[in-house]
Design a protein around this ligand. Structure first.
Ligand SMILES: Cc1cc2nc3c(=O)[nH]c(=O)nc-3n(C[C@H](O)[C@H](O)[C@H](O)COP(=O)(O)OP(=O)(O)OC[C@H]3O[C@@H](n4cnc5c(N)ncnc54)[C@H](O)[C@@H]3O)c2cc1C
Length: 452
């Protein structure tokens, strides 16, 4: 059986890896439009500022492909699928290639919001960052044009990580975010406010509620900054857009597979066409597009079995898990992070919060009917392992949970009154020494109920 995978990003490569571990015989071939072996996109910002070079990004070296008997053809774009005859056409080549099973792992491209002059100026002062070539182009532009001021449009994870690396390259950097908070898809308003302060302390400027309307050009058509809808103007010589992704679905569309925003798949990662599967950033499953590595890894395991006819595991979606990768900032957001948004409090939802503004610490746990649904953990690492281990599980005994986020219930040994850190704004340990219980008992008559 010949299995062809289109795309050598993490979804394509992990599909090949999982297929090979399940079956030593099948023929596995990967076609990849980019000219580089599989590399991690996470560290692309560090290629711009020369902290890393291309080799540092490559994950599997040549011998991995040999050992696993996986053939890879780089710099080959698949142009067309002939689904009736199960053949593929490579751009610039006349001879089609036959497949028995086909996996589309075509990934995604950066989304460019409707900003005047943005598309026209791409590569000429306006850039997006998705691949190695983009990073090299950005670096060249900065060097050749003596760039001193940068704007990053998009205050999501990628925007902030990019801004930090650009700032480290000694560029005066401003992050411009459409929403009223940074990381709008990972944080609530309070935690977003704390993060903004920390980002500004790194020397990065932040503009919120900022809908970029236009890239401003001078009389020689050279970038001079941006104009925000409310009239603000910010000067810069380079504009980097990190404003979400768009799944790459052209190949699927040409073959008339079912698509919407992404390539539509079922729980076995099958597309609407028999023997064609899809994985990674390019897919849409139950109206959802993930765009994160954990989803690619989950899906690649299922598609491997599915192709080989073992339909024992079904894809059920991936719980979003994001960590901000900026040294010195510990921030993880997992699953549901803001049920207030959904007006669901009281319908079984419970929120436990431990906020310490002095030490920039924000721990928020979200439960629904005692099941751990999500968390924001900012300024601390200890609870991350607990949340990862227990996400989507029923918390039968909440002592471990309370300990993980340092949020306790205290009981008065004189009258039995309970003081719950989660329900009152001031933590019990921060109450003044002369604080007294309703029964008149002093503070030291209270005992920690959760540590017994
Ligand atoms: C700068 C940056 C930082 C990131 N950091 C994180 C992070 O910290 N955590 C996280 O979870 N995610 C992160 N992501 C997102 C993560 O990288 C993606 O979710 C992941 O790369 C998706 O993998 P994929 O294999 O589906 O697609 P891709 O990595 O996009 O790979 C798809 C490949 O298919 C190729 N292709 C497309 N069409 C064709 C065709 N017709 N013929 C041949 N080849 C084709 C493309 O050229 C591409 O190389 C980051 C992304 C970027 C850009």
């Amino acid at each position: 059986m010949r299995i062809i995978i289109v795309g050598n990003g993490i979804a394509g490569i992990f599909t090949a890896k999982n297929l090979r571990s399940l079956n030593k015989e099948v023929e596995i071939i990967i076609y990849a439009q980019e000219k580089y072996s599989y590399y991690s996109r996470i560290k692309l910002p560090e290629l711009i500022n020369e902290k890393l070079n291309i080799d540092d990004l490559i994950v599997f070296k040549d011998d991995w492909y040999k050992t696993n008997n996986i053939k890879t053809y780089l710099n080959k774009k698949i142009e067309k699928i002939d689904k009736e005859n199960k053949k593929l056409f490579i751009e610039g080549e006349s001879q089609p290639i036959a497949y028995d099973k086909l996996v589309l792992a075509t990934g995604s491209v950066p989304n460019i919001p409707p900003i005047k002059n943005a598309i026209e100026m791409i590569g000429n002062g306006v850039f997006t960052l998705r691949n190695i070539d983009n990073a090299l182009e950005i670096r060249e532009f900065i060097k050749n044009n003596n760039v001193k001021k940068a704007i990053v449009i998009g205050g999501g994870l990628l925007g902030l990580e990019l801004a930090k690396q650009i700032k480290d390259y000694e560029l005066d950097t401003t992050v411009v975010e459409f929403f009223p908070r940074l990381l709008p898809r990972q944080l609530d308003l309070d935690c977003g406010g704390m993060l903004k302060e920390i980002i500004e302390n790194l020397g990065i400027k932040v503009e919120l509620n900022a809908v970029t309307e236009e890239i401003l050009l001078d009389e020689n058509k050279i970038i001079k900054g941006i104009k925000i809808k409310d009239g603000r103007e910010i000067r810069a010589n380079i504009i980097l857009i990190q404003a979400g992704i768009k799944p790459t679905i052209e190949l699927a569309n040409k073959a008339k597979l079912n698509t919407n925003r992404g390539i539509i798949v079922n729980e076995f990662l099958e597309t609407s066409q028999k023997d064609i599967y899809a994985v990674g950033d390019c897919i849409e499953y139950e109206n959802h597009i993930w765009g994160i590595i954990p989803a690619c890894i989950d899906q690649s395991k299922i598609v491997g079995s599915s192709i080989l006819g073992k339909k024992s595991i079904k894809y059920k979606g991936t719980i979003p898990k994001n960590t901000l990768k900026i040294i010195g900032i510990d921030l993880t957001s997992i699953g549901v992070f803001d049920p207030e948004d959904k007006d669901l409090i009281g319908a079984g939802w419970e929120i436990l919060k431990n906020i310490d503004e002095k030490s920039n610490c924000y721990k928020k746990i979200i439960l629904k009917d005692n099941k751990l649904k999500g968390a924001i953990l900012f300024g601390e690492k200890n609870a991350v392992a607990y949340v990862n281990k227990n996400i989507e599980k029923k918390i039968e005994d909440n002592r471990e949970l309370r300990k993980a986020i340092n949020l306790y219930e205290w009981i008065c040994q004189m009258c039995g009154n309970t003081y719950d850190d989660a329900k009152i704004d001031i933590l019990f340990r921060n109450l003044p020494k002369d604080w007294k219980c309703v029964c008149g008992a002093p503070k030291d008559k209270y005992k920690n109920k959760n540590l017994d």
